[in-house]
Design a protein around this ligand. Structure first.
Ligand code: XUL
Ligand code: CO
Length: 435
């Protein structure tokens, strides 16, 4: 297999290609339903996994050294060079980061802000040279010891204040780099036992932090979206942003709808006991679909494995939701994914991205085929046809009452819904995928 340094830009070679460093399905300029694949998919690189994660697990240390023998700002600049080189090799046009992924964490907030200012100058130059853009930024408010009991939900007001300062700095960095999104993943915003937790105050405080962030960023002219990234557990036993429905309720209660949408991660969906497409659909029907953290978990493991997505059923059903939504606006597909501990070379990172990008490209192609095939959409339309005329239409238009419906239903006989035909529909899906 070729070595990383010998590999130039990854090209599309078609499904028959045996070249490991080529795309089989991702053909960036191919048009699907009027837009190029590149425009549909808006792939992004996750800085934390790609540039920093080093293969450690609970039982062992690094299997991959990503320090380049350097330290401090010098190392972070080298990391930025590698990040942009990787994105260029892959033809990825966006990236996402946490503050501490791109520059060192200082002993004080002031020191961290200074580093962040310096590295964002450097990144901005690179963006200008390459045309690569920032999809979203965020602040890491879960790694440092001070955040052990949460950031916005910490029982300590000084921790809350430092968190607010970090959010301000990360928003400044996001705006400076032209990012179109700002993410809040709950981190340690949750609890392990109610015996030590004031849940009401913690939720109110979390909403206070999000509201301050919204107000600050809007005052600075930020036009992008804020996202909450739902996750049910890990690191805390019970995360406050459990799933999309929980987050929708939170946003509604605290008047944050409109500014905040969802960044939906596949592996978080399955941890919550949902399918990926359930979470996407729930966001859509609540008008809060925003962006996607593309990855997959392992059904036999109960934690967030953050694997590169290769399951084409999932990518197809995901892209079906994205197409039905009319595509991304400020969001995109961020590969919140890392290679396995044993896949510990830069070639593996390229192979991981190629596999993920191809799986989503194929998902996009198949999702459009599913829509063009039309049988599933038609089936769903017909299944609810009784609400398009007669009494159903009157129910939908709000003209009926309990009394009027009681009168209508009084003498009805043999009332039943038609078959749901699940097996028939699953067979259609298989035919579109493999036929
Ligand atoms: C954690 C996770 C994060 C967020 C950003 O499970 O997904 O990487 O995407 O903080
Ligand atoms: Co994520």
């Amino acid at each position: 297999m070729e070595k990383y340094s010998q590999i130039e830009k990854i090209k599309y070679e078609g499904a028959k290609s045996k070249n490991p460093f080529a795309f089989r399905f991702y053909d960036p300029d191919r048009k699907i339903a009027g837009k190029t694949m590149k425009q549909h998919l808006k792939f992004a690189m996750s800085y934390w996994h790609t540039i920093n994660a080093s293969g450690t697990d609970m039982f062992g240390g690094n299997t991959m050294d990503k320090s380049f023998g350097l330290s401090g700002m010098e190392m972070y600049k080298k990391k930025a060079d590698v990040a942009f080189e990787l994105m260029q090799k892959l033809g990825i046009e966006y990236y996402c980061f946490h503050d501490v992924d791109i520059s060192p964490e200082g002993e004080t907030l002031a020191e961290s802000v200074k580093y962040l200012d310096e590295i964002t100058d450097y990144l901005l130059e690179k963006q200008k040279k390459t045309g690569i853009k920032l999809l979203w930024g965020t602040a890491n408010m879960f790694g440092d010891k001070k955040f052990m009991a949460g950031a916005g939900t910490s029982p300590c007001a000084d921790v809350f204040a430092v968190a607010a300062g970090k959010v301000k700095a990360a928003i400044d960095a996001t705006i400076k780099l032209g990012g179109t999104g700002y993410v809040f993943w709950g981190g340690r915003e949750g609890y392990d036992t109610l015996l030590n937790t004031d849940m009401g105050l913690e939720l109110d405080n979390l909403a206070r932090l999000l509201t301050m962030a919204r107000d600050y960023a809007r005052a600075k002219g930020f036009k992008g979206d804020f996202y909450i990234e739902p996750k049910p557990k890990e690191p805390t036993k019970h995360q406050y942003d459990f799933d999309v429905a929980t987050c929708a309720n939170f946003l509604r209660k605290y008047n944050l709808l409109g500014d905040f949408k969802m960044n939906i991660e596949a592996n978080h969906a399955t941890l919550a006991g949902h399918t990926f497409n359930h979470e996407l659909r729930t966001a859509r029907v609540n008008g809060i679909f925003g962006s996607i953290d593309a990855n997959q978990g392992d059904l036999l493991l109960g934690w967030d494995t953050d694997q590169f997505p290769t399951n084409v059923y999932d990518t197809t059903l995901c892209m079906y939701e994205v197409l039905k939504e009319g595509g991304f606006t400020n969001g995109g597909l961020n590969f919140d994914a890392k290679t396995r501990r044993q896949s510990n070379t830069y070639e593996d990172i390229l192979l991981g991205y190629i596999a993920g990008m191809d799986a989503f490209a194929l998902g996009l192609i198949k999702a459009q085929e599913l829509i063009d095939d039309g049988r599933i959409d038609k089936f769903v339309e017909e299944r609810y046809a009784t609400f398009a005329s007669g009494i159903g239409k009157k129910i939908v238009s709000g003209k009926e009452t309990l009394e009027s419906l009681s009168k209508y239903a009084m003498d009805l006989k043999n009332v039943e819904a038609d078959s749901g035909r699940q097996e028939y529909l699953e067979q259609i899906l298989n035919t579109v995928l493999f036929g």
